[in-house]
Write a protein that binds this ligand. Structure first.
Ligand SMILES: Nc1ncnc2c1ncn2[C@@H]1O[C@H](COP(=O)(O)OP(=O)(O)OP(=O)(O)O)[C@@H](O)[C@H]1O
Length: 300
């Protein structure tokens, strides 16, 4: 059976009209790290909780390894390691006790990998969860999600509250999971961390999946930032060029974003008195900020 790790068809979860997640259609093949990005309140957690059958879809359907996320949720859970956005653990238990309990619940005899993960995260398993800092509780959550080497990891903001060194370790663990052919669905609002680990990214905004792309394609499609100053007012109407979105225009200058083949722009400028011209790639960060705010540039 070659089912996708995750497949959704118009999957929706509405809490009220216009609130929640709308008609999400997405496929994540096995062995991929998929970064799920979006601003606060965009619907990342709702999507994840629906994929795990904690919330009943109000429309469409979702499958994990071919299993219906609502009707077969218990079978789904057996294939998944889940880290919730907020880790709630019994404060009276130690990390070791939670690890042993997790192993028992999953019928896992060998906790060697769980111990290795905890060690690499520099987590003291002898301490009670109630006595741990937020970051250390997060490490317990990460360890519990990873310990059984699940086929699919669904992680809601896994590096939240962790220091940069530990964040690096978590991302390394995710890359190792991919190297073993396992799948990772990683929600985040931090582009820079997703960029370091994801094969593809999806951007959700106001409950809608607005873009899904491979990272290199996304980078290649970014517009160039253009800044031209003139010695004399230009005669051509540069704003009319289809590739140009003007962000600022003066009598003797134009700033904007250019998409696609630069030759029409160069031809238009050839007849003008150009004093200076700069043409620079915009950063991925810029592109994401545009996407967050407006739904982003429509790249051909
Ligand atoms: N149980 C609920 N009842 C009603 N509305 C809800 C419920 N859970 C979430 N929402 C609403 O659904 C929308 C999506 O919320 P969600 O928590 O999925 O966003 P998010 O992308 O995970 O945000 P964050 O990055 O802040 O965690 C928000 O408008 C939120 O207020």
């Amino acid at each position: 059976m070659n089912a996708d790790a995750i497949e959704t068809q118009a999957l929706s979860k509405h809490f009220a009209p216009g609130v929640g997640v709308s008609a999400l259609t997405l496929s994540v093949p096995p062995g991929e790290v998929f970064g799920f990005l979006g601003p606060n309140g965009a619907g990342k957690t709702t999507t994840i909780r629906t994929l795990l059958g904690f919330l009943r879809p109000t429309g469409g359907e979702g499958r994990i390894f071919g299993l219906d996320v609502w009707r077969a949720r218990e079978a789904v859970h057996a294939r998944v390691g889940y880290l919730p956005g907020e880790v709630h653990l019994n404060p009276a238990w130690t990390g070791q006790e939670l690890l042993d309990r997790g192993a028992r619940l999953r019928g896992l005899r060998d906790v060697t990998y769980g111990l290795e993960v905890a060690g690499r995260l520099d987590l003291d398993l002898t301490r009670r969860v109630g006595a741990l800092s937020k970051g250390n509780r997060q490490k317990v959550g990460v360890t519990l999600a990873l310990m059984h080497r699940p086929d699919l990891l669904i992680l809601d903001e896994p590096t939240d509250g962790l220091d940069p060194l530990v964040q690096d370790t978590v991302l390394a663990l995710l890359r190792e999971a991919r190297a073993e052919g396992r799948t990772v669905f990683l929600s985040s609002h931090v582009l820079s961390e997703v960029e370091r680990v994801a094969d593809r990214v999806g951007i959700i905004r106001a409950g809608q999946l607005v873009r899904v792309d491979r990272l290199p394609d996304l980078k290649a499609s970014l517009p160039q930032r253009l800044h031209v100053t003139f010695a004399a007012a230009p005669r051509a109407d540069l704003a009319a060029l289809p590739g140009l979105t003007v962000t600022r225009a003066g009598l003797l200058s134009v700033e904007g974003l250019w998409r696609g083949d630069p030759n029409p722009l160069l031809r238009a400028l050839a007849g003008e008195q150009v004093r200076a011209l700069s043409f620079t790639p915009s950063s991925l960060e810029d592109a994401f900020m545009d996407e967050y705010r407006t739904g982003g540039p429509h790249v051909a």
